[in-house]
Design a binder for this molecule. Structure first.
Ligand code: PLP
Length: 405
């Protein structure tokens, strides 16, 4: 992988017509270590967020020893680099053949269920393989209510009373028990974890079983862009949020059990930026060479404002407009699909033109993992960049990041 000091240097040297991902391994290592230092339990990186080999390899170097996986392909990704990393199979709805593969071939001993039929499916396979249920930790996932860019309890999680029944049945069958939740991705309300802990406590108090572990899932927010027209979102820093979570865990009486978190976004978002090119400027619309079917679907569905930095092409000698005036542009993606228009604008100087580049910051989460081959467009070029996004000196455009208080 070619190495550059900044993304701007990469853009001006390579003059890329295709999108280029700028990977920052040092940022990834720092963000992983920061999370591990703050969370008082096991950090299981959610591979779905970004399962690129370079990410998994770098996280292993950073000392991450556990991974949340959701499919055989994710299991293979981790196993390519580590035979000993602990794998937690945390998809609530799994194919029978995948459960068998996980238990038999990969010797995974941590799974999740949120329904009695999933429980029966898992138990049949455990019996068929003649495994002692006491060797397996099964987490029961409960529904939670919160405020997040992605609400995940609409699809997964047992209602509290169902969770009680599931735990009691699993207990009778002899499994080691855990409770888990996922408060939604990119939470927008710091009280969210406490509400989930209160539900977990309700379930625990009614289930007549021993609970050995609590998994608080993901949801920890990454830093994205700031839309000057919208009220700034008041979110505490990760340090503050974790201090509160640690206190809440103690207060709700979960402090003595094994604790797990499955962070994705907060660990990998800042590790990548993306250089895109303006294929055409039409008034206040920019047609770029990436879009919702490639790296930008998370910003589209999650209505996330991405931080964008202007990298002007020095070959463009005459420009219209005032370089100091920053304006919102509608961003149209590269495919022929008219849905492929971002839900949030890029804020850039008036002078942006066809042929310029834009560096999109903090794009490491749910970007590479959601790329499709639609229209034959599949960004897959990488460079390594040393300087963290937003620290390359004065931005030539709007690169302001949402600050966390
Ligand atoms: C089961 C599970 N764990 C962890 C994550 C990672 O969440 P986040 O990126 O919000 O940290 C997800 C994301 O969808 C998930 O579904």
């Amino acid at each position: 992988m070619q190495k550059f000091h900044t993304a701007e240097e990469a853009a001006l040297k390579l003059r890329p017509d295709q999108p280029v991902y700028c990977f920052r391994p040092k940022v990834l290592i720092e963000d992983a270590r920061r999370f591990q230092a703050l969370f008082p339990g096991k950090t299981a990186y959610a591979v779905k967020t970004n399962g690129e080999p370079m990410v998994v390899e770098t996280l292993l170097k950073a000392g991450v020893t556990a991974f949340d996986v959701a499919s055989p392909a994710e299991i293979d990704t981790v196993r390519r680099f580590s035979a000993s990393a602990e794998l937690l199979y945390m998809h609530p709805v799994k194919a029978q053949s995948d459960i068998r593969l996980a238990l038999e071939t990969h010797r995974i001993r941590t799974l999740v269920v949120d329904h009695e039929d999933e429980l029966s499916k898992v138990h049949r396979i455990v019996q068929g393989l003649d495994i002692d249920p006491g060797e397996i930790t099964i987490f029961v996932r409960i529904q939670t209510k919160g405020s997040a860019a992605y609400e995940l309890s609409k699809k997964f999680g047992a209602a509290p009373s169902q969770a009680v029944e599931l735990l009691e049945r699993l207990g009778r069958l002899g499994y080691r028990l855990g409770l888990c939740f996922h408060v939604g991705s990119q939470i927008a309300d710091p009280d969210t974890y406490e509400r989930a802990l209160a539900s977990a406590d309700w379930v625990r108090n009614r289930a007549n079983v021993d609970i050995a572990a609590l998994d608080v899932g993901g949801g920890f927010p990454a830093v994205y862009g700031r839309d000057p027209r919208r009220k700034a979102v008041e979110m505490p820093s990760l340090e503050e949020m974790m201090a509160r979570l640690r206190a809440d865990i103690q207060e709700w009486g979960f402090g003595d059990m094994e604790l797990v978190a499955e962070p994705g976004r907060v660990i990998v978002a800042q590790a990548y930026s993306l250089i895109v090119r303006v294929l055409l400027r039409k008034g206040r619309r920019l047609y770029i060479n990436d879009g919702i079917w490639a790296s930008l679907s998370d910003s589209w569905t999650g209505k996330i404002t991405l931080p964008a930095r202007f990298i002007p092409d020095p070959a463009i000698r005459n420009r219209n407009g005032d370089p100091a005036t920053v304006v919102p542009y509608r961003v149209c993606g590269a495919t022929c699909d008219s849905v492929d228009i971002l839900t949030r604008p890029f804020w850039l100087p008036e002078t942006v033109d066809t042929g310029d580049w834009i560096e999109i910051g903090n794009i490491g989460a749910y970007s590479l993992s959601l790329r499709t081959h639609f229209n034959g467009l599949y960004p897959n070029s990488f460079v390594e960049v040393a300087t963290p996004f937003g620290q390359e000196g004065a931005p030539q455009g709007f690169a302001s990041l949402e600050t966390m208080a």
